[in-house]
Design a protein around this ligand. Sequence first.
Ligand SMILES: NC(=O)c1ccc[n+]([C@@H]2O[C@H](COP(=O)([O-])OP(=O)(O)OC[C@H]3O[C@@H](n4cnc5c(N)ncnc54)[C@H](OP(=O)(O)O)[C@@H]3O)[C@@H](O)[C@H]2O)c1
Length: 217
Amino acid sequence: MGNRDIEGRTVLVTGAFGGIGQALVHALLEAGAREIIAASRQPQPPNDHRIVTATLDVRDQASVAALAEAHAVDILINNSGVNTNTGPLAGSAADHAREEMDANYFGLLNMCWAFAPPMVARGNGVIVNMLSTGALKVLPRMTSYCASKAAAWSLTQGLRAELEDKGIDVIAMFPGATDTRLTAHLRIPKLSPKTVADATITAIRDGVLEQRVTLTS
Ligand SMILES: NC(=O)c1ccc[n+]([C@@H]2O[C@H](COP(=O)([O-])OP(=O)(O)OC[C@H]3O[C@@H](n4cnc5c(N)ncnc54)[C@H](OP(=O)(O)O)[C@@H]3O)[C@@H](O)[C@H]2O)c1
């Protein structure tokens, strides 16, 4: 198997029971993944024998480390995320910014910190970070969410630099507004979660390290 094959691989997806997460799990099953570890703070019963559920809060470093000890993961998809839809002058701005940084940056850091070393030891692996177009350009009323995703983009680039000569690919996905719980309040045209999931599968297979997914792309 090459580094980019999905067939026969063990894949871990965080936020696996959210909108994009469920579409990813479905797309990975279709792509022939051998095992999917579907991680969530509140996992639901699996509907396929190849799905194993895991209760995980990505902010909890000890739980993340224990999960990495328990599973040899070929492809890690860091998909979990929160968006408080907060502007910089809102009364709750600082608390919401911390919440987003905790989940979207420190949670991502915990995952990469725990799951990358076994990949390095094996000499291959793929890490996919579900960022956002907001990592590249601040979106209205989402200042701190975008800041957390920009920080995650910096982490992605740093990781890539450290891991590129060790057989590990670090992929950044930049979806635009997608029709999930995260954007339920937005009355704008949105991507389907399936479009984002399919683009992620294609990026993994085709060796694309940075992929924007928008209604116009
Ligand atoms: N929807 C969009 O427009 C859009 C656009 C660009 C990027 N994204 C990104 O795409 C990813 C998926 O989002 P989505 O749109 O599918 O939203 P979603 O349906 O709300 O799913 C996000 C999932 O993240 C999980 N999560 C949140 N905090 C967590 C934590 N501390 N530990 C573990 N899991 C946690 C939640 O799972 P549990 O509550 O079950 O734990 C939730 O199911 C996110 O990273 C988001 O930022 C979304």
